[in-house]
Design a protein around this ligand. Structure first.
Ligand code: ADP
Length: 404
């Protein structure tokens, strides 16, 4: 059964065509720089890369290009687009309405539209992808996989902010959490690596990519996570500040900074980039820090320190911790940062084995010492595989919508 996975953002659409249930990627690719100069398609099939420079104005056009490419004579992998039985979409914000992936219907579309207010950069392109498929492949079954769904199990005590209760009632201001598809995927993999059932594991999962979040997983379910009402809260990220005294914003407001400027500063000019003044990429920062750049070193130090604080906090939230998991571009590759984050955590049972850590790059590995009470694991995330899996299960009508 052929399943197409779509991750549509405002400037790019990524796609993966899977043969399920064997989870083989038949072709994948990305339409980049949508609506900008130099937009292009990169299509990977059979070990070859096919690249095409083509003006693409919106997500709808990008989807048309992807569907046409998949059915092309020379580089395509299907005779006809109707061979695709189901399409799974990553959708960033499902608010508090979805506890799992669901089959898309009018009600689901209305909810995605409704929550666009909370994720104005993400939900509209996600929805545009769904609607383009509806137009081009009418009747195909579509599944929405929400980044917020895994966090629907977070209890009230962890999702409520200590603001006037009316703000929650009136505007839905609460912690929602993000990166849920990734946290769920690595939590399940961690359980499998430790020989446990998926609802038997207690873990702290660190998704460290361009965006970063840490999640406390109890018995396979999210019980707290560092991102909040938006993906700005929590640990510092490439360009985002993470947790902040909110009064800093009022203070800067008094100094004449408007809301738009403050938004830009916190989302685009802070984090590793803001502190170092040179880069949001830890690869560059590590190099520059070695050349004695004090701010590059500070940026990395603050980043690691703040993640370590969350690990401590979530150790307190969980009764036991079986595993500490690293994933995302940084978590999977930046071994020095993993070591720095875990340094001094011996008293909470975390001990990294230097050699095992050095050898663990972009592959599943256990990097803790034999005596470490908490297993430290590196697990490359695979959000597309998780979406393909949910899509396959729901498209087959084997499970009622909302139950995954
Ligand atoms: P996204 O959150 O957009 O999916 P990624 O998970 O790909 O991003 O993470 C991107 C970040 O991961 C980069 O900015 C970089 O800091 C880090 N990274 C990627 N590859 C490496 C590597 N080989 N070594 C160290 N850090 C890396």
């Amino acid at each position: 059964m052929k399943v197409l996975v779509i991750n549509a953002g405002s400037s790019s659409v990524k796609y993966y065509l899977y043969e399920m249930p064997r989870a083989e990627v038949l072709a994948n690719g990305v339409v980049e720089r949508i609506g900008q100069e130099g937009s292009n398609l990169l299509h990977y099939v059979g070990g070859e890369t096919h690249s095409e420079e083509i003006r693409v104005e919106g997500v709808g056009e990008a989807m048309e290009l992807i569907l046409a490419t998949l059915a092309k004579k020379d580089v395509g992998v299907v005779e006809d687009i109707s061979e695709i039985v189901a399409v799974g979409h990553r959708v960033v914000h499902g608010g508090d309405e979805f506890t799992g992936s669901v089959v898309v219907d009018e009600r689901v579309i209305a909810s995605i539209e409704k929550f666009a207010d909370l994720a104005p950069l993400h939900n509209p392109p996600n929805l545009a992808g769904i609607q383009a498929v509806q137009r081009k492949v009418p009747g195909v079954r579509q599944i929405a996989c929400f980044d917020t769904a895994f966090h629907s199990t977070i209890p009230e005590v962890a999702y409520m902010y200590a603001l006037p209760y009316e703000l929650y009632e009136k505007y839905g201001i609460r912690r929602y959490g993000f990166h849920g598809i990734s946290h769920r995927y690595v939590a399940r993999r961690a359980a499998a690596m430790l020989g446990k059932g998926k609802y038997e594991i207690d873990a702290i999962t660190c998704h460290l990519g361009n965006g970063c979040s840490v999640t406390a997983v109890k018995r396979g379910k999210s019980v707290d996570t560092s991102m909040g009402f938006t993906p700005l809260e929590g640990v510092p990220m490439g360009t985002r500040c993470g947790d902040l005294d909110p009064a800093i914003l009022f203070y800067l407001g008094d100094k004449g900074y408007d809301v738009e400027t403050l938004n830009r500063i916190c989302n685009k000019e802070s984090g590793l980039l803001g502190l170092s003044g040179v880069s949001n990429d830890v690869r560059n920062l590590a190099k520059i820090a070695r050349e004695d750049d004090a701010r590059a070193k500070l940026a990395v130090d603050v980043f690691c320190y703040r993640i370590k604080k969350y690990i401590g906090a979530y150790t307190a939230v969980l009764d036991t911790v079986d595993a500490l998991v690293f994933t995302g571009g940084i978590g999977e590759n930046a071994l020095h940062l993993r070591e720095q984050i875990c340094s001094g955590l011996t008293q909470i049972g975390v001990q990294v084995d230097r050699d095992a850590n050095s050898g663990a790059i972009a592959e599943e590995a256990e990097i803790s010492t034999k005596n470490s009470r908490v297993k430290v694991l590196v697990i490359p995330t695979n959000e597309q595989a998780a979406i393909a899996n949910d899509t396959y299960e729901l498209a087959g009508d084997r499970l009622p919508a909302g139950s995954k």
